[in-house]
Ligand binder design. Structure first.
Ligand SMILES: Cc1cc2nc3c(=O)[nH]c(=O)nc-3n(C[C@H](O)[C@H](O)[C@H](O)COP(=O)(O)OP(=O)(O)OC[C@H]3O[C@@H](n4cnc5c(N)ncnc54)[C@H](O)[C@@H]3O)c2cc1C
Length: 526
């Protein structure tokens, strides 16, 4: 091996695809958990969206994606990713993925909210992610060019003259450094920064923190998608009850049996953000919320949704006979590290792909089943770009302080209280004040707090409600705000340094009193 191999941080679908497509280039892949464990990719139930039906087209898939994204998608990026979906399905099939098929042998296609056609490719009913991950892991283990380091967490990126020069990582033996001039962040989402989440516990946006501390721009941070129906039985993370269950006719009721979504648009099949807000408001009114599949599926539940049936039963619930307690939970982050079409970040030598990246596909709201697609296709794109980028020369690296293992617990409290399904200026301001103190320190919560603070700043700046971002004090869409916003940690640091006190110092970056593109946003930031 040479001294300068590309390093991929993250062993989910995005990282694995990037590694596979780098062949024959040798590559190192770091995964915090053993491969196949603790990835959102492996937990995906619904499947992968691809316009392969005879009544479907790229144009239709694109139109549905842009509609869900609520004015903030990058149409060119979205087109490129969506166009790649059919060949991705072929590639996964060649790797051995056994997708569910119709009686005639064609790939069976499911329907999910927001899709105008049946286009969800799935496997083992609701075990789609597991099957896709199975074949990509097997391929990576077979491939001679991929060296997998399991149980290794990246904790800092090392820079030299403004370029990536290496990765500081940690395993059970202690910290170590990998010299690398080409690094890919594929660390997945950040749902673990909320108390209620469907994401793996380790999904606390560590990759975004690595990038932000290295000076990379982050984008669309205010857009967190909450899934309306996570199983509410006290587990952390919360098992997900897929939208497909509502697609089969299950209804939402409260403890009195009232169907509170009845009469609202498409009822339970309204988009995720709409249903999440309705459930949240109902719960805020003191109610409990249940998904009731008894009439729609009853005894057929286990056959149609075997994995969800098992999840419910492990919590003592028979979903065919009992009402299923549910609540909204942080599920997906539309924002992330800002990248161009090739996956390049604003820091030379650093790429990002999958959920950790803000690619422009999702805009303000992700269309269901578009994220496995994004993870795989952006992983491929990054690999292509790196293949054309020459290795650097090994350089001496300055010693680096080893940060403590991240503890997101205090940040989860703050974001859940003030930056959840519904937000307002007073709450976001309170959250910023709490997070600033933590982010400033050297403690175990500093990294999660840094990211939480950047998210809260982005939420405060967007003085409107759009897609996954709902402000009770700005309930309408703002004129002229249909654009993606980028933010750097340096911007926040500089703004804070320019004025006394942590709260006042944030004002310039929060955009509290100035008008933006004709929107008079007079928020109550301190
Ligand atoms: C319950 C659930 C159901 C879903 N269902 C669907 C669906 O049906 N269809 C769909 O399209 N999308 C679905 N999604 C979303 C989709 O699964 C994810 O967006 C996608 O899989 C992200 O892939 P990824 O490779 O970017 O991240 P992940 O698959 O989450 O992988 C991230 C990897 O990074 C590693 N990692 C993190 N930090 C570090 C670090 N510091 N150092 C080293 N390694 C690190 C993790 O251990 C993990 O290996 C679902 C998500 C969840 C949680």
């Amino acid at each position: 091996m040479t001294n300068d191999l590309p390093v991929i941080i993250g062993g989910g679908l995005a990282g694995l695809m990037a590694a596979l497509h780098l062949a024959p280039q040798k590559v190192i892949l770091l995964s915090k958990a053993p491969l196949g464990e603790q990835t959102a990719s492996g937990w995906a139930q619904g499947g992968l969206a691809a316009a392969i039906g005879s009544d479907d087209s790229t144009e239709r898939h694109l139109a549905d994606t842009l509609a869900a994204g609520d004015g903030l998608c990058d149409p060119e990026v979205a087109r490129r990713i969506i166009e790649a979906a059919p060949s991705l399905v072929d590639e996964l099939g060649r790797l051995g993925a056994r997708f569910d098929r119709t009686a005639k042998g064609a790939i069976a296609l499911g329907l999910e909210a927001g899709h105008g056609r049946k286009r969800i490719v799935h496997a083992n009913g609701d075990g789609s992610g597991q099957e896709i991950l199975r074949v990509t892991i097997e391929a990576a283990r077979r491939a001679g060019h991929v060296r997998v380091l399991e149980g290794c967490a990246a904790t800092r990126l090392i820079l030299r003259d403004g370029r990536i020069a290496g990765v500081l990582a940690q395993n059970s033996g202690g910290p170590f450094v990998l010299r690398a001039s080409r690094v890919v962040i594929a660390t997945g989402g950040l749902g673990g920064l909320y108390l209620h989440t469907t994401n793996p516990a380790g999904a606390i946006g560590q990759g975004l923190v690595l990038a932000a501390r290295a000076g990379a721009a982050l984008a669309d941070l205010e857009f967190v998608q909450f899934h309306p129906t996570a199983l509410d039985t006290g587990q952390d993370p919360m098992p997900l009850i897929s939208e497909a269950v509502r697609g089969e006719g299950a209804i939402l009721v409260d403890e009195r049996g009232d169907r509170f979504m009845a009469g609202r648009g498409r009822g339970e099949l309204e988009p995720r953000d709409v249903v999440s807000r309705a459930v949240w408001r109902h719960m805020s009114g003191g109610h409990r919320v249940f998904l009731d599949a008894r009439s729609a599926l009853g005894g057929r539940f286990a056959a149609r949704f075997p994995a969800i049936d098992a999840l419910c039963r492990s919590a003592g619930i028979d979903p065919g006979a009992d009402r299923i307690p549910v609540r909204p939970a942080a599920h997906y982050h539309m924002g992330g590290i800002a990248v161009d079409a090739a996956g390049r970040t604003s820091v030379p030598g650093l790429w990002a792909c999958g959920e950790a990246a803000s690619t422009g596909l999702h805009g303000a709201n992700r269309l269901a089943s578009n994220s496995l697609l994004e993870a795989a296709v952006t992983g491929q794109a990054v690999a292509r770009d790196i293949s054309g980028t020459p290795a650097g020369r090994p350089a001496p690296l300055a010693p680096l302080a080893v940060p403590p293992a991240a503890d997101a617990a205090p940040v989860r409290e703050v974001l859940s209280r003030h930056a959840g399904v519904l937000r307002d200026a007073a709450g976001l301001s309170a959250a910023a004040a709490d997070l600033v103190a933590m982010a400033d320190g050297q403690g175990a919560s500093a990294d999660p707090a840094l990211l939480g603070l950047m998210m809260v700043v982005a939420m405060g700046r967007r003085t409107e409600s759009r897609g996954g971002h709902a402000r009770t004090d700005f309930p309408e869409k703002g004129v002229g705000l249909a654009r993606r916003e980028v933010l750097t940690w340096e911007e926040i640091r500089k703004a804070r340094g320019s004025a006394p006190g942590p709260r006042w110092g944030l004002v310039p970056v929060l955009g509290s009193t100035h008008s933006r593109d004709g929107v008079q946003g007079q928020s109550s930031w301190p």
